[in-house]
Design a protein around this ligand. Structure first.
Ligand code: HEC
Ligand code: HEC
Length: 353
């Protein structure tokens, strides 16, 4: 296939043409050794294909998306009347203007209480399961019930939520359209919100245009950064696929007492302090970073991987000191910047009365 041939040439050029010979050798060596991040094998032909976006959205058989559910879910997502205090909506923490998060190390919940973990983005959540930093919710429908009823977050008991919805005629009509045969319940509330969340998808980024064959879509520095991402910096071993995540759990050596996945699946040493690999799509829009919001900037994240992580028995075996030069760190950063797309502004709906 011509496309494949071009991809191969681009990777070969990337690795060997634009770079000095000793670096080129070091890089190709690390790329051909097993487990360095090529994902589906060691053949560079497959490298760019691994990062290509799927053409279609996943289909959810148990809760098929309809325009009526999406419209309802969008209202619920932005509606503070769904919280015990009447002042917090999902969008308070998952704010579309802040990359669908809150720009805080740890979010503020009911009555301003500080939450235990950093608010993750909901961008592209349609594609990856399970949910939460520790993966304790299997589906988006399950997930949505968590913050709604959690005393620390929206503090809204299910019965109170249903009663409040039934007191707003505009909602009664919208629920009747979205779920013709079902009563208003915490399940239909969650199903509508999940349907809306599945529409929050990033557009094509400069990196996607480059993957599709537009040579000039990203800078030479970013192209070198992509090569480092898959090679010496060893990022793609966990940040794989078009969303740049394996949807797996790893301890990457962030200090702290939060045991992460081990709270959900105890007894496995590798899951101690392990958290879900986040997507890197639009990553430069949502500092600070990590489950505890402890790294303020992307250069701080790169320094962490280079030489800043805690050693302990659960540390992922793919974590090792990288020895990146300042120029390589800059290239990696240039690559991460190409993952941000220009997305249509989120629509803030008029809420029913
Ligand atoms: C007070 C802040 C706050 C509010 C309000 C809030 N969230 Fe969250 N959200 C968080 C935090 C913090 C996490 C991570 C918690 C964890 O992993 O333990 C999270 C996790 C999530 C995730 C998981 C993302 C992933 O990749 O795993 C989704 C989806 C989500 N929230 C949707 C919602 C929806 C829908 C609502 C409204 C019903 C909502 N959130 C309300 C702070 C909030
Ligand atoms: C062993 C698997 C693994 C490797 C290797 C890895 N990551 Fe990560 N990455 C993760 C996990 C897991 C997290 C979340 C960890 C946490 O919050 O404790 C994460 C978090 C991040 C974040 C923060 C995302 C956010 O939304 O907060 C960025 C940025 C990032 N990684 C970039 C990189 C880069 C760049 C590299 C290569 C230098 C890399 N990662 C290597 C697994 C990995």
């Amino acid at each position: 296939m011509p496309g494949r041939d071009r991809s191969w040439i681009r990777v070969a050029l990337l690795l060997c043409g634009a770079l000095s010979i000793p670096y080129c050798l070091a890089e190709s060596e690390s790329m051909s050794s097993p487990g360095t991040g090529l994902g589906t094998g060691t053949d560079p032909h497959t490298l760019l294909a691994d990062f290509r976006r799927p053409a279609a959205m996943p289909v959810i058989k148990s809760n098929p998306t309809t325009p009526e559910k999406v419209a309802l879910g969008q209202m619920l997502f932005f509606d503070p009347r769904l919280s015990g205090s009447g002042v917090i909506s999902c969008a308070t923490c998952h704010n579309p203007a802040l990359g669908w998060t809150d720009a805080l190390p740890k979010g503020l919940g009911h009555m301003g209480g500080r939450l235990r973990r950093h608010t993750p983005t909901i961008l592209n959540v349609a594609y990856g399961e399970p949910y939460f930093w520790d993966g304790r919710a299997a589906t988006l429908e399950d997930q949505a019930k968590g913050p709604l009823t959690s005393a620390a977050e929206m503090n809204m008991p299910a019965e109170v939520a249903v009663k409040r919805i039934l007191s707003i005629p505009g909602y009664v009509t919208a629920f009747a359209y979205a779920f013709p045969a079902k009563p208003v319940s915490v399940d239909t509330i969650a199903a509508a919100i999940a349907s809306y969340e599945r529409t929050v998808v990033s557009n094509s980024a400069p990196f996607d245009k480059w993957v599709a064959g537009d040579e000039g879509a990203i800078s030479p520095a970013a192209q070198r950064g992509f090569s480092l991402f898959n090679g010496k910096a060893n990022c793609a071993v966990c940040h794989s696929g078009w969303r740049m995540t394996d949807d797996g759990f790893h301890d990457i050596g962030i200090s702290g007492s939060d045991r992460g996945r081990a709270e959900v699946a105890p007894g496995i040493v590798q899951l101690e302090y392990a958290f879900k690999t986040p997507t890197l799509r639009n990553i430069n829009q949502r500092a600070p970073y990590m489950h505890d919001g402890s790294l303020a900037t992307l250069p701080a994240v790169i320094d962490h991987y280079d030489n800043g992580f805690a050693s302990r028995p659960s540390l992922d075996t793919q974590m090792h000191r990288l020895g990146l030069t300042p120029a390589q760190k800059a290239d990696l950063l240039a690559f991460l910047d190409t993952l941000t797309s220009v997305d249509s502004p989120a629509i803030i709906p008029q809420l029913p009365q």
